[in-house]
Design a protein around this ligand. Structure first.
Ligand SMILES: [Fe+2]
Ligand SMILES: [Fe+2]
Length: 196
């Protein structure tokens, strides 16, 4: 990996994101690093995935859809996400920017960025770590963020399941559209991980 990568990332993020989103990105990266070691995760991978997870966040819905169409990129739920909740595409675009612009080819980092919003079946520990850190970083002020931050220090999987519950509940309680990919994540976790 490029040794000047931190500088390059800072330059990119500070010119593409709002200051609030920039702060969030560093908070997620710092939290991810602090939780990485005790979960057997390489801290550099946690740092990069945390820092870059929202690198496409300031793209508009139209820009995101165009981004994929220009590249002729498609994936399982692309169409339904584009129609119902295009802002969710930022995590999929983030993976591509990380690969194309920063030349980061580490699969585990790319997957953690790609799946930070909806999760997926068979998520790695790094993917779960970024999914959790994104929702409970220090700038997050929602009701259970502080409690879940404490829980994550003790048991990352327990915190992951709680974050997943909160995210899905939020969508349902607000009459929102729930992507099949989030349901896939739920069913995978409940039937394969939680009961073991
Ligand atoms: Fe995000
Ligand atoms: Fe985020």
């Amino acid at each position: 990996m490029n040794t000047n990568i931190d500088e390059e990332i800072f330059e990119y993020l500070s010119s593409h994101l709002t200051s609030k989103r920039l702060e969030h990105s560093y908070n997620v990266a710092n939290l991810a690093v602090s939780l990485a070691e005790k979960n057997g995760i390489n801290p550099l991978k946690a740092w990069l995935a945390g820092l870059l997870h929202d690198c496409a966040k300031s793209m508009t819905d139209k820009e995101l859809i165009k981004f994929f169409k220009n590249r002729k990129k498609n994936f399982k739920y692309f169409k339904e996400i584009s129609v119902n909740s295009p802002h969710l595409l930022h995590s999929f675009a983030g993976e591509i920017i990380t690969f194309e612009y920063f030349k980061i080819k580490e699969e585990s980092v790319l997957k953690a960025i790609k799946n930070h919003t909806l999760g997926r079946e068979n998520m790695s520990i790094l993917e779960r770590l970024i999914f959790v850190s994104d929702s409970i970083s220090h700038d997050r002020k929602w009701k259970h963020a502080g409690t879940l931050r404490e829980m994550a220090k003790k048991d990352l999987n327990k915190a992951f399941f709680e974050v997943l519950i909160q995210k899905i509940t939020y969508v349902i309680c607000n009459n929102g559209w729930l992507c099949h990919q989030a349901i896939d994540t739920w069913n995978w976790y409940v039937s394969n991980v939680k009961k073991n």
